[in-house]
Design a protein around this ligand. Structure first.
Ligand code: ZN
Length: 490
């Protein structure tokens, strides 16, 4: 089969020049210079009339290509670029894009029809199991994607680009699909009790080749070669989805009346606000429109009545469909100041981090050390003997049962935990008060470590001093996680 014969036949079927190149198996940037490629494969080149931009030329308009339904025509490209520009793409601050074009099934059926036609025309030269053309999917990548990138002045970035999803439709779609359903029930009759198969793109890809489906059966259902269509493809929709952006920082919890996440009991809020809501409310709107989709993660959490001081607790917001992927230090500062207004939470080191860094938040919970300061009260005066009994420079092990107060959300276990050090001091103003500086393994329940919870934590501060002890106030003073890095704002 000579290339010239193939192209002559494709021309006879009114196939466009880009599709001719597909059937000549052009690759890579060979689509960018058609004439050069035709010369190279010894095919006469005739320039196609570009009628676009000149309405008077409309009459000279070429027919819609029967194998791509106009997908690669100049007119279509122009429409495509315009519909992309009509979206709010300018809102997205990103250098890269990804393009996903969803094509109607009728387009696949037309490729198939041409395959059977070429088989009739060129016989053995055509493979029965491998398509004779460069697939439309591949050709879109080679022809349309570079055009879109060039026009938008963006690079193609699969991992972090703005996703453009383009849905196309065609007036013949419904008829084509119902014809295929009929054909499918003949070629692959369903067994008793089996559900009828959904017609899909992958079904055609997997089960429809001239090797599997006879030419005769196919021709009963579809025209071979594909007819000249009356209409080209239409745009259904162009939608944009921005990449996910991750915003990290460290928060300090300054209130003893603030829950970590929204606290709702029997459908009613117990507290008006939460750390999660304060942080999301002040950061998310700089990055996205839908705050409900933002995910708040932190390295552990405090109880409602516990403050978190010192350098604060690391957190990350996962913001899907973000239109911003960078952050100036001035804007970060603005967010931090807005959060300060709440007077309940204070945030520092706001910065954009990479997805890979989320591992810092997720792992290591068990290994990390936590530093607390607890204000405790006993019934008697604090003596030197009591202080001595609570002085553990080198730490000790405890066995801790899951506290009753969290049993509704955590399974019952007895877990060993390490108290790395315990250091007591007296409070000058009140002789019944002890201040305890405690360093423990993450996951230790501090309140129970102090009062012992009726022997569910052994030993406990109460058992060590042999008397009842109350915890009045608790602060987290340091979290042993050196992430995210501190941001210097001078
Ligand atoms: Zn075409």
């Amino acid at each position: 089969m000579k290339n010239q014969d193939l192209v002559d036949y494709l021309k006879y079927c009114s196939v466009c020049q880009f599709c001719q190149l597909r059937y000549l198996k052009a690759r890579g940037n060979e689509y960018q210079n058609k004439q050069e490629y035709f010369d190279r494969v010894n095919v006469d080149y005739e320039e196609e009339i570009d009628w676009t931009g000149d309405p008077a030329n409309k009459k000279k308009r070429q027919n819609v290509c029967p194998t791509c339904l106009g997908l690669f025509s100049e007119e279509f490209k122009e429409q495509l670029l315009q519909s992309i520009e009509n979206t709010d793409i300018d809102k997205y601050e990103c250098d890269g894009i990804v393009v996903a074009i969803s094509i109607p099934i009728v387009l696949q059926l037309r490729q198939l029809s041409m395959w059977y036609a070429l088989l009739d025309k060129f016989g053995d030269n055509i493979n029965l199991d491998r398509a004779p053309d460069v697939s439309l999917k591949e050709a879109i990548k080679l022809i349309l994607n570079p055009t879109i990138c060039e026009r938008l002045n963006k690079s193609y970035d699969i991992s972090n680009g703005l996703m453009l999803t383009i849905n196309l439709s065609h007036s013949e779609e419904q008829e084509g699909v119902s014809q295929l359903e009929k054909l499918n029930s003949l070629v692959y009759p369903r067994k008793k009790g089996q559900k009828s198969e959904q017609i899909s793109r992958s079904l055609i890809e997997k089960k429809y080749t001239p090797l599997r489906v006879s030419s005769e059966l196919f021709k009963n259902a579809f025209v071979v070669p594909p007819s000249i269509p009356t209409e080209s493809l239409k745009f259904d929709s162009v939608s944009l989805i921005g990449p996910s952006t991750y915003v990290a920082g460290r928060y300090r919890k300054l209130s003893r009346k603030l829950s970590h996440t929204p606290w709702v009991l029997n459908g009613e809020r117990v507290m008006d606000d939460s750390i999660e809501e304060i942080i999301i409310r002040n950061i998310a709107h700089y990055f996205c429109d839908d705050q409900k989709k933002v995910n708040f993660m932190s390295s552990g959490r405090e109880d409602v009545d516990v403050r978190c001081l010192g350098a604060g607790r690391p957190f990350v917001l996962e913001i899907p469909n973000a239109f911003r992927s960078s952050l100036s230090s001035a804007l970060a500062r603005e967010m931090e100041e807005n959060i300060d207004v709440s007077q309940k939470v204070s945030v520092r080191d706001i910065q954009i981090v990479k997805r890979e860094e989320l591992i810092h938040i997720k792992m290591g919970e068990e290994q990390k050390r936590k530093c607390y300061r607890a204000l405790c009260q006993i019934g008697n005066i604090v003596t030197v003997d009591i202080l001595k009994r609570l002085d553990f420079q080198n730490g000790f092990e405890i066995q801790q049962k899951t506290p009753i107060r969290v049993l509704h959300r955590r399974p019952l276990h007895t877990r060993p935990r390490t108290v790395y050090s315990l250091k007591p001091s007296v409070c000058r103003q009140n002789k019944n008060l002890i201040i305890l500086d405690i360093v423990t393994q993450a996951g230790t329940y501090i309140k129970e470590l102090v009062h012992g919870e009726f022997g569910r934590t052994v030993p406990s501060v109460a058992s060590l001093i042999g008397q009842h002890i109350d915890i009045i106030a608790l602060d987290v003073v340091e979290i042993d996680l050196d992430w995210p890095p501190s941001v210097c704002t001078l």
